[in-house]
Design a protein around this ligand. Structure first.
Ligand code: ADP
Ligand code: 5GP
Length: 202
């Protein structure tokens, strides 16, 4: 990554649009960028590693941290609580690493409120049909759940306008290159213009 101010980068978009897939590939290709590990009250799935995929906590612990103001943002997603720990993000930024958050649409907008300098990237599906196919390919066979998530995803697409960047997740390599390009441009912009524009940014 280009030198410059460290960033909070948010990859967001509706469920099933490809956030995890894109975020993982971006992280492999961007040295200096680290993933923020979310807190969640959902149960670990087979293969999930505590502290690597998520910090799995009880609803009580989640509520306590949230109420103490220890979370950068939090949201209820599919009946579970998710949130990003402020301390963990601060530690990474202080160490000169930019932080990548992979969060839902509501969470992304909360981050922007808390940290106006965050770079918000909204992933768009190439088409309604592909969004539906990807959503059906993820984890559940329950038709009611799928239809609810699909309706929710279609509603969330209307939030795309509130984001700094909108990127279509069609061909993965192209999408990842575009995201890496945005990160590079934003880092350079802040590195070179930051002093002139005062303390704007993260
Ligand atoms: P999200 O994290 O947004 O819920 P995932 O990353 O889990 O979405 O992706 C949902 C599904 O779509 C997965 O089955 C994934 O393999 C597939 N997928 C994601 N990105 C692409 C892409 N660019 N091309 C084809 N399939 C993709
Ligand atoms: P999963 O349980 O499938 O890993 O994630 C479910 C959803 O929670 C995904 O849509 C993901 O974007 C969202 N999510 C994961 N971590 C966070 C977080 O820290 N905050 C918010 N708001 N959403 C999150």
């Amino acid at each position: 990554m280009a030198e410059g101010e460290v960033l909070i980068v948010v990859i967001s978009g509706p469920s099933g649009v490809g956030k995890s897939t894109v975020a993982e590939t971006v992280l492999e290709k961007a040295p200096g960028l680290v993933r923020s590990v979310s807190l969640t009250t959902r149960n670990p799935r087979p293969g999930d590693v505590d502290g690597e995929d998520y910090h799995f906590v009880s609803p009580e612990e989640f509520a306590a941290r949230r109420d103490e103001g220890g979370l950068l943002e939090w949201a209820e997603v599919h009946g579970n609580l998710y949130g990003t720990e402020v301390k963990q993000v601060e530690r990474q930024l202080a160490g000169g690493r930019s932080v990548l958050l992979e969060i839902d649409v509501q969470g992304g907008r909360s981050v922007k409120t808390a940290r106006p300098g965050a770079v918000l990237i909204f992933l768009l599906p190439p088409s309604d049909e592909i969004l539906e196919t990807r959503l059906r390919g993820r984890g559940t066979d329950d038709e009611d759940v799928i239809l609810k998530r699909l309706a929710n995803a279609r509603r969330e697409l209307e939030s795309a306008e509130c984001y700094d960047y909108r990127v279509v997740n069609d061909e993965l390599d192209r999408c990842v290159s575009e995201v890496l390009g945005i990160i590079r441009v934003e880092s350079m912009r802040r590195g070179t213009d930051g002093a002139k524009r005062g303390t704007e940014g993260v």
